[in-house]
Design a protein around this ligand. Structure first.
Ligand code: HEC
Ligand code: HEC
Ligand code: HEC
Ligand code: HEC
Ligand code: HEC
Ligand code: HEC
Ligand code: HEC
Ligand code: HEC
Ligand code: HEC
Ligand code: HEC
Ligand code: HEC
Ligand code: HEC
Length: 361
């Protein structure tokens, strides 16, 4: 074999070497003064200064100084590799020919299933080092959260054959692993009430606990708003009955309706479609279209001139009856307004027929 020039790009310089051979050999002898005969560099190209690893008087044993930085950019010796002998990776003294890919030196126990980029999941510390594996899990479609973080890998990656855990093709659907829990639920019995098997829809994907389920009502007939938002589920779903929960306001609020006094809804013969006058935040502040069909009290001359419905509707037993005269329009002053007005009577129904909108004109 042709001796190579240490530290030079050998292929390009070989012809030149033949011409300059003697000169270069002399320089090698200067580095190693005690070497009496012509020494071939057994290490291949780019090995660097011989003195970095050899004492002046003998080639063996080599003394590798602290300043030696192993293939710094392509293959630093880290983890277990720092404890490994040179010869384990460089079976010949030709250092330039070692492969850098993990799979070239390590048996792929996964039989190619997880790809050849072993460093995605492993470090040189140990193949059983789980830190990188847990980190790696973050990049799957199923990052580990909540209780899942502390669950043993084997619970989700059972072993099919000795030493062969199942990593590929695991379903990320909750029900794939939790069907048994679904089937054995009692409060409520999910199958009986017909809950979907999309657990995350009600239990979230935090995987902390099965308690504290939430359900998005926005697509139901009773989207939860106002006072309903703060309620615990059983306030509406008594005894864990979910299916068939009525959504009409009166179904849950009949007692509230019957108990009203100001105004008495029964007497007013208000419809039981509460939502036409009430929002869910509070019963107060109802929007009641009194002005249009009956008589302007929220607008016009009577706006802010009354305090309770009973100012006009003396009996909460009948809203068909009303009074203009009691407490509001005294006889003396009213009569004087209408002097000579033909058809005038000091009677409420007469006032209403000449003043249906509560105004003079
Ligand atoms: C990075 C360290 C390093 C450098 C630099 C280095 N060597 Fe070595 N060399 C070694 C090691 C390791 C051995 C094996 C020593 C042992 O087995 O104890 C070795 C062995 C040798 C041997 C003995 C071979 C045998 O078969 O016994 C020769 C000759 C040799 N080196 C020549 C050189 C020359 C010439 C240079 C400079 C061009 C050089 N070495 C640079 C590490 C190095
Ligand atoms: C775990 C395996 C491994 C061990 C142990 C190892 N090497 Fe290497 N070495 C490599 C690989 C891989 C390369 C090739 C890097 C490249 O091609 O970029 C390499 C390259 C080299 C090179 C060429 C450096 C360069 O910059 O191209 C030298 C010199 C070398 N090793 C010396 C040593 C010596 C001396 C030891 C013992 C102290 C040693 N190696 C231990 C794997 C190893
Ligand atoms: C040039 C060959 C070579 C390359 C490339 C190489 N190794 Fe190594 N590695 C070894 C040798 C040799 C040992 C020590 C002998 C053994 O334990 O297998 C070792 C040991 C290890 C160990 C400790 C052994 C154990 O079972 O825990 C781990 C981990 C490791 N290597 C990971 C890697 C990873 C990851 C890569 C790629 C980034 C890699 N190796 C690339 C040769 C290599
Ligand atoms: C997608 C992640 C992933 C990739 C990529 C991967 N592995 Fe693994 N490897 C694992 C897991 C998970 C284990 C099991 C760790 C455990 O049991 O704690 C493992 C275990 C190992 C073991 C130890 C087996 C044992 O039981 O002692 C070796 C060796 C190994 N892998 C080599 C490789 C090699 C070589 C490559 C590249 C060809 C590779 N792995 C690629 C995930 C991966
Ligand atoms: C609670 C269940 C669960 C636990 C615990 C779990 N995994 Fe996974 N793992 C999964 C699911 C589901 C997937 C599939 C993700 C995907 O396809 O994107 C997966 C995928 C993987 C993959 C394949 C990654 C890839 O790149 O294809 C590896 C490797 C893996 N897990 C290793 C582990 C290791 C190691 C542990 C223990 C530290 C662990 N898993 C714990 C459920 C789990
Ligand atoms: C690949 C299998 C797997 C998948 C997919 C999976 N889990 Fe788990 N989960 C487990 C295992 C194993 C446990 C621990 C054993 C147990 O308690 O059932 C667990 C535990 C839990 C726990 C804690 C139970 C307890 O009693 O403390 C909750 C909550 C949970 N998972 C919810 C979910 C939800 C929600 C999803 C979907 C987003 C999901 N899991 C997807 C395997 C899985
Ligand atoms: C439509 C909403 C909904 C869906 C979908 C749903 N759950 Fe539930 N789950 C609940 C409610 C509500 C509770 C009662 C606990 C609470 O109020 O927090 C509950 C309680 C549980 C409980 C504890 C009660 C018991 O009897 O053991 C488990 C376990 C459970 N669910 C598992 C699951 C699993 C597994 C899935 C998916 C396969 C699932 N759930 C899907 C709403 C749901
Ligand atoms: C203010 C009353 C109210 C509260 C509070 C309430 N719900 Fe509901 N929920 C309803 C009504 C009404 C329906 C039926 C809507 C429909 O039929 O479209 C319903 C429907 C459901 C359904 C669907 C039942 C089916 O038929 O499949 C689930 C599941 C559910 N609620 C879960 C919950 C959970 C879990 C909570 C507590 C976090 C909760 N609800 C709190 C009133 C309520
Ligand atoms: C499935 C039963 C249910 C239905 C349907 C329902 N509610 Fe409720 N609602 C409740 C419960 C339970 C409360 C809290 C206890 C209470 O104050 O009566 C509540 C509270 C309220 C409150 C707050 C009362 C207060 O004292 O502050 C208002 C306002 C209200 N609901 C309006 C409505 C309206 C309007 C509808 C129809 C759109 C409706 N609710 C439908 C169960 C229901
Ligand atoms: C035609 C309109 C209208 C309808 C329909 C209506 N309300 Fe009212 N409600 C009112 C008005 C106006 C008030 C007084 C508002 C105020 O004080 O701000 C009121 C007040 C109330 C009050 C508080 C007053 C009291 O005496 O306790 C309750 C409770 C109430 N409504 C329940 C209901 C229920 C339940 C329904 C449906 C079953 C219903 N309402 C339907 C107009 C209506
Ligand atoms: C300023 C006087 C006045 C006040 C205040 C007033 N109303 Fe009236 N209301 C009338 C008049 C006038 C009519 C029309 C009577 C008719 O059409 O026979 C009427 C009609 C009604 C009717 C229709 C009765 C029917 O049988 O057709 C209802 C219900 C009613 N009022 C409820 C209320 C409620 C509830 C309040 C308090 C929020 C209220 N009113 C406050 C004057 C008043
Ligand atoms: C026959 C029809 C008629 C009857 C009945 C009647 N009014 Fe009048 N009222 C009028 C007319 C027309 C005017 C306008 C006089 C004017 O512009 O000079 C008027 C004026 C008024 C005014 C004064 C308005 C202003 O701006 O000065 C009041 C207040 C009034 N009426 C209240 C009543 C009351 C209360 C009753 C029942 C006790 C009543 N009216 C009955 C026709 C009537």
């Amino acid at each position: 074999m042709t001796p190579d020039v240490p530290g030079l790009a050998a292929a390009a310089l070989r012809p030149l070497w033949r011409w300059l051979g003697v000169v270069v050999l002399v320089s090698v002898f200067r580095v190693l003064p005690s070497a009496a005969q012509v020494i071939e560099n057994p290490h291949g190209t780019a090995v660097g200064d011989c003195a970095a690893c050899h004492l002046p008087n003998a080639w063996r044993p080599a003394r590798i100084g602290k300043e030696f930085r192993h293939a710094e950019r392509s293959f630093p010796l880290e983890g277990a590799h720092a404890q490994t002998t040179c010869a384990a990776c460089h079976p010949s003294l030709n250092f330039s020919s070692a492969p850098t890919q993990c799979v070239a030196c390590h048996q792929d126990v996964h039989r190619g299933e997880l790809g050849i980029t072993c460093a995605r999941c492993h470090t040189t510390r140990s193949f059983l080092d789980q830190a990188r594996l847990v980190q790696r899990h973050e990049q799957t479609r199923f990052p580990l959260r909540g209780v899942h973080i502390s669950v043993a890998c084997e619970s989700c990656h059972p072993t099919t054959q000795p030493g062969q855990a199942q990593y590929l093709g695991r379903s990320t659907l909750c029900v794939a692993c939790h069907r048994t829990e679904y089937s054995s639920t009692t409060t409520p019995n999910h199958a009986t009430v017909g809950f979907a098997t999309d657990c995350a829809g009600c239990h979230g994907s935090a995987a902390v606990s099965w308690q504290g389920a939430v359900f998005n009502h926005s697509a139901t007939r009773l989207p939860l708003t106002g006072a309903h938002l703060a309620l615990a589920c059983p306030a509406c779903h008594r005894n864990n009955v979910f299916r068939g929960t009525p959504s009409a306001c009166v179904a849950c609020h009949q007692a509230d309706y019957s108990g009203t006094t100001n105004p008495s809804h029964t007497a007013a013969a208000f419809p039981t479609t509460c939502e036409s006058c009430h929002a869910t935040a509070s019963w107060a502040g109802a929007s009641f279209n009194h002005d249009g069909p009956y008589f302007p009290i929220y607008s016009g001359t009577h706006r802010n001139r009354w305090t309770a419905c009973s100012d006009c509707h003396l009996s909460s037993a009948s809203y068909g009856a009303f009074s203009c005269t009691v407490g509001c329009h005294p006889k003396a002053s009213t009569d004087s307004h209408h002097q000579g007005r033909s058809g005038y009577q000091y009677v409420s129904s007469a006032c209403y027929s000449c003043h249906p909108r509560g105004s003079a004109g």
